[in-house]
Design a protein around this ligand. Structure first.
Ligand SMILES: CC(C)(COP(=O)(O)OP(=O)(O)OC[C@H]1O[C@@H](n2cnc3c(N)ncnc32)[C@H](O)[C@@H]1OP(=O)(O)O)[C@@H](O)C(=O)NCCC(=O)NCCS
Length: 151
């Protein structure tokens, strides 16, 4: 069965909430996903999903204003990780931004998130700076790495 990446629709939002809650320590809530699914959000967030045989395995959420794009969230169901879906979702989002006229893509990632950093670095993102103690953790705070790449 082949995998496809497509824009998320309103009916997908509940599943994305569930996937995010299962893989992210600080997941988004239902309103945030509802706003990103179907393109009705005020800040023009847009979600895409990867599916195989009707089963949604992951998502990416991004936005674009003029020539600048930002990736807000990416998540793959734990049973489907390490199969290239993160790469697939990221490629699809970067292509969509580029086609819509963006020339640079920005994101933030927790310093401790080695897997996500590997995904981003492997796809050309470079470190621009560090936001000290930006994210809450169980034991305190941790830095956010600010990364970007040309499109
Ligand atoms: C980050 C995430 C989306 C990657 O999804 P994925 O489908 O597993 O990623 P891929 O299979 O495309 O692999 C991406 C890279 O990460 C590596 N990787 C994936 N899981 C890994 C693991 N558990 N340990 C070490 N490396 C891992 C892969 O080897 C690959 O690197 P490579 O191209 O150099 O070989 C997924 O791990 C996830 O949902 N994490 C929780 C949510 C999260 O942290 N999101 C990012 C917030 S900024």
């Amino acid at each position: 069965m082949s995998r496809t990446v497509r824009p998320a629709c309103a009916a997908d939002a509940g599943l994305l909430v569930a996937i995010d809650a299962s893989v992210n320590i600080h997941p988004w809530n239902a309103q945030q996903f509802a706003a990103a699914c179907g393109g009705a959000s005020l800040n023009k967030q847009c979600a895409m999903v990867v599916e195989e045989g009707g089963r949604i395995d992951g998502f990416v959420v991004f936005s674009q204003v003029l020539d600048e794009a930002s990736i807000y969230s990416i998540g793959v169901h734990s049973a489907q990780q390490r199969k290239g879906l993160g790469h697939l979702l990221l490629h699809a989002a970067l292509l969509k931004m580029k086609e819509a006229g963006a020339t640079r893509c920005f994101l933030e990632v927790r310093q401790s998130n080695a897997v996500a950093r590997r995904l981003y670095e492997g796809n050309g993102f470079e470190l621009d700076g560090i936001r000290k103690s930006y994210y809450p953790t169980e034991g305190g705070r941790e830095d956010a790495l600010l990364m970007s790449r040309c499109l």
